[in-house]
Design a protein around this ligand. Structure first.
Ligand code: TRP
Length: 451
């Protein structure tokens, strides 16, 4: 065990780091494409509700477990439960981290490549031509070499930052990158809403048409409320473990959720105003960012500047999330195995590098899971975001209610709220409801596979 644990330099530093983890590809890539396919504003309202009912309580549970124990997820569960078996929940988180980083880093690489392409006029020949753009994207991301280069570059940056530690690595970089992200996003939003025809995009995002919301949209919103705040794999336990006791956890948690939601909505505004202004289809799904957007920029006044800015924004969002995933595994090896930070980041960086390379190749001609009819990428994404993360969250809620105890949890989180007199029954009820809702998502997914 290492004896001196690093701590965040300031509360703002922690909030920016945690928000940096939460704000990622999920906010700028996944949320707008899901909202586009499942009814715009109606989807957004359900998503907001899910964040409050499911996301916030479990976020607070993770932060509290981390701060109380000052340990990585595996050590934290073991210590509070006084039973090594609960360590498995933490271990599942560490495994999820490895799986998520393998594909996250590949997509992070795409954002880098697109930033460079945009910078050097690579989208010019794609103006208003979805077919050309789809071909451009396909020929890049399925090719065997180019995406590997960008993936290693992205991962290398994560390893570099995490290798420098909590304060001079994660916190320093988050303090620079998060404000930068917000500034770029505001610039893009202003550009979006001043386009002719932008209003249709705003209506789509903010005026609910309930008929467009189907059951699968609701399940997606639930699962996403989880993914978008980086829950279920111990990220927030790890980040919470670098907090000193005494600060107001509830306030910090509310800040993180607020920033994450704000940035998702702003990204939605920037994207849908541009999509509608050029009469494109909002329901493009995952291709919205890498296929539709490149066709829009050449026809937007100033597009040569806004295109690289947009993809750089996506890259920054991915980077601050990528580092937090790497930190989960690093903290585990440092605390539990006594490794040095360097050794943990280099070794794990190398392993993820290989796994990520397999992810990238799985999209082309070399898919190790071909016999099972699924790409390695979809397997890693589906297994984690549909099952492992919700299961991790469910077990965290069960753990707090049955093992750690609501009084201990409340003392950690609500000591500064209402003079510390938040009724236990209310806290139990909230955590139980979020647990039941998460259990429902998992069951629903299973039903879809087996029936
Ligand atoms: N929250 C990140 C996003 O919105 C994705 C994510 C899920 C994540 N789980 C994570 C990031 C764990 C870091 C750690 O893109």
């Amino acid at each position: 065990m290492n004896s001196i644990r690093e701590h965040w330099g300031s509360r703002t530093g922690f909030i920016l780091a945690a928000a940096g983890s939460a704000v990622g590809l999920g906010n700028i890539w996944k949320y707008p494409s899901m909202a586009g396919q499942h009814g715009g504003a109606a989807f957004t309202l359900v998503y907001l509700l899910c964040i409050l009912i499911v996301g916030l309580p479990i976020l607070l549970a993770e932060l509290a477990i981390g701060r109380k124990t000052q340990l990585n997820p595996v050590g934290a569960f073991k210590q509070l439960a006084s039973n090594p078996r609960w360590g498995w929940v933490g271990l599942m988180g560490v495994a999820s981290a490895f799986m998520i980083l393998s594909f996250y880093s590949v997509v992070g690489g795409w954002t880098l490549k697109y930033t460079f392409s945009a910078l050097f006029g690579g989208f010019n020949q794609l103006a208003a031509d979805n077919t050309a753009s789809a071909e451009y994207f396909a020929s890049f991301h399925t090719s065997p070499f180019a995406p590997l280069f960008w993936h290693f570059l992205f991962l290398g940056m994560c390893v570099f930052i995490i290798g420098r530690g909590v304060r001079s690595g994660i916190e320093q970089w988050s303090k620079v990158l998060m404000p930068l992200l917000l500034v770029i996003l505001v610039i893009l939003v202003i550009r979006g809403i001043t386009l002719d025809g932008a209003k249709a995009g705003l209506d789509f995002l903010f005026k609910p048409r309930w008929s467009d919301l189907d059951a699968s949209g609701i399940v997606l919103a639930l699962g996403h409320s989880f993914f978008t705040i980086s829950l279920g794999m111990g990220t927030m336990i790890t980040y919470g473990s670098y907090l000193r006791s005494g600060s107001d956890l509830l306030k910090a948690g509310l800040w993180v959720v607020f920033l994450d939601t704000l940035i998702a909505l702003l990204a939605g505004v920037a994207i849908f105003t541009a999509v509608f202004a050029q009469g494109q289809n909002p329901a493009e799904g995952p291709g919205l960012i890498f296929i539709v957007l490149p066709t829009l920029f050449p026809n937007i006044p100033g597009g040569a500047i806004f295109a690289p800015l947009f993809f750089f924004l996506l890259f920054v969002a991915a980077l601050t999330s990528g580092i937090s995933i790497l930190e989960v595994v690093t903290a585990y090896y440092i605390d539990e195995k006594g490794w040095s930070r360097r050794r943990a980041t280099y070794l794990f960086g190398a392993i993820t590098g290989v796994s990520g390379a397999l992810v990238s190749l799985s999209l082309g001609d070399f898919n190790i899971l071909a016999p099972f009819g699924i790409t390695y990428m979809d397997f890693l994404d589906g297994a984690t975001s549909k099952y492992m993360l919700p299961l991790g969250g469910l077990l965290t809620a069960i753990f707090v209610i049955t093992k750690w105890g609501i009084p201990n949890f409340s003392r950690e989180v609500f000591s500064m709220t209402l003079g510390g007199r938040v009724p236990e029954s209310v806290v139990t009820l909230i955590l139980t409801v979020s647990g039941i809702v998460v259990a429902y998502i998992i069951l629903k997914e299973m039903v879809e596979i087996f029936i």
